[in-house]
Design a protein around this ligand. Structure first.
Ligand code: HEM
Length: 427
């Protein structure tokens, strides 16, 4: 992938600045984080960001250690966000935010996950295979005759949104709203947008709440075979496994919001990043085209390299020492899976795409432990079927000359290209 001017600047900064001058929320860092990660992992795998004051954990083992101890590294980081009065005033008009999955801690977090496990079983995901395949091929049909495509908007987004809609049990036609709401949701975590944009995004969260409040009531009254119905009718269990109560509306909205947003942007960015890797690594492309059973290996390796959900937040519940750094109680901590995924102590020649790595499955793109991605099985299935079809149906696929600016989304929360323009031989 050709380097943009911002990439070059990033490499220069990462090579020359003292690490105490790194700014993880800078345009350079989010555009091209890898040289910054390499220095941090080597020189300070647990590092206090001097400008923002949070602790950034980049070393593989150190991230794992934090994931193994949710009792110390709490996921209830809600108070770190939405502190601006303008944002609070808008949120006050909606349904209150409660911790469930991504912001939940044990023991309640385990109960929500158990509930979700009922809705998100491997058989349910496997049964989605035919639908995912059909959707992938319909989307490709729409551009196969053109010999060109912008993969993000014309393939990744509609694919992931429509599959999410099917899973949740809401009409596919509504997927444009989902996209808006998903993008609005991550604004909260991006740290890189002006207040006006944050206000607009927060208003959209209220639209999301209205829409899903209605769906919740509908599925409570008339449950069907989908995840909203499972959630609308399920009972939360206590520690003894006894039935306790139904989900409340705030709990349901919290879970639905995460199911809607957590998978769309990440999986879309993974699809685009994977295509870039396949174009740049023709040998791997030939190998997996000749033997599509190896696409699964490619998926495992490409999520390591792309890590589209590059990191998540924690807050320390007590003072803790990690890699020789003492983190005080109550400190904001960021676990950077994308950096751990390129830690040379674990992955040899980590920037290289190698589908035969012995430790392929050690990648941490979906996190580890209690908060391991609830949609990982679905995401891997979508990626596998998408790459199989794209490889088979876009002969001689290549970058469209002069169209790509190689800019990444300006966000600390999600990593990936804004657009990916491709050309291929017409069907
Ligand atoms: C390539 C695609 C994906 C990537 C890279 C990814 C990555 C992640 C990561 C790193 C976490 C961990 C957060 C933490 O440790 O705090 C996570 C959590 C989560 N993901 Fe994914 N994800 C992907 C796709 C999906 C999909 C398709 C769905 C749902 C349909 C989904 C739903 C969730 C949920 C609900 C959580 C919260 C789990 C919890 O905290 O218990 N993700 N994901």
């Amino acid at each position: 992938m050709p380097e943009s001017a911002l990439d070059v600047q990033a490499r220069q900064q990462a090579a020359t600045l003292p690490i105490d001058e790194f700014n993880p929320f800078s345009a350079e860092f989010v555009q091209c984080p890898y040289p910054f990660y390499a220095r941090l992992v080597k020189e300070a795998p647990v590092w206090k960001a001097p400008i923002q004051g949070f602790y950034l954990i980049t070393g593989y083992e150190e991230v794992m250690e934090a994931c193994r101890h949710p009792e110390i590294f709490s996921s209830d980081y809600r108070h770190l966000f939405n502190r601006k009065p303008e944002i609070q005033a808008i949120l006050a008009q909606g349904v209150p935010e409660v911790p469930t999955l991504g912001t939940g801690d044990p023991p309640m977090h385990k109960r929500y996950r158990a509930l979700l496990a009922k809705a998100f079983t491997a058989p349910r995901v496997n049964a989605m295979g035919d639908t995912i395949n059909a959707t992938v091929n319909q989307l490709i049909d729409a551009f196969a005759g053109r010999g060109e495509v912008e993969l993000h908007a014309e393939f990744g987004m509609p694919l992931t949104m429509q599959i999410t809609a099917d899973q949740l049990g809401v009409p596919r036609e509504d997927f444009r709203k989902f996209r808006e709401w998903s993008e609005a949701r991550i604004v909260q975590f991006s740290f890189m947008v002006p207040l006006e944009a944050e206000i607009e995004a927060t208003k959209k969260r209220l639209d999301f709440q209205k829409y899903f409040t209605q769906r919740f009531a509908e599925k409570q009254a008339n449950p069907t075979n989908d995840i909203i119905s499972v959630l609308a009718t399920a009972k939360l269990e206590d520690d003894d496994g006894k039935e306790m109560r139904s989900l409340t509306l705030p709990e349901f909205l919290s879970i639905a919001e995460q199911l809607m947003t957590a998978g769309n942007l990440t999986t879309t960015h993974a699809i685009c990043a994977g295509m870039v890797m396949l174009i740049e690594n023709p040998r791997v492309r030939e190998e997996i085209t000749a033997d599509p059973t190896k696409v699964k290996l490619f998926v495992e390796e490409m999520v390591r390299l792309s890590s589209p959900g590059p990191g998540y937040w924690r807050v320390t519940k007590e003072e803790v020492t990690l890699a020789g750094v003492t983190i005080p109680k109550g400190a904001p901590v960021h676990l950077r899976f994308a950096a751990g995924n390129r830690d040379t102590r674990v992955f040899k020649d980590p920037d290289r795409l190698d589908i035969h790595r012995e430790n392929l499955s050690s990648q941490m793109a979906f996190s580890y432990g209690e908060h391991y991605c609830a949609g990982a099985v679905l995401a891997k299935k979508e990626l596998e079927l998408a790459f199989k079809a794209l490889l088979a149906r876009l002969p001689n696929v290549r970058f469209a000359p002069g169209k790509n600016d190689w800019s990444n989304i300006q966000s600390f929360a999600v990593h990936g290209l804004n657009h990916l323009y491709l050309e291929f031989d017409k069907a």
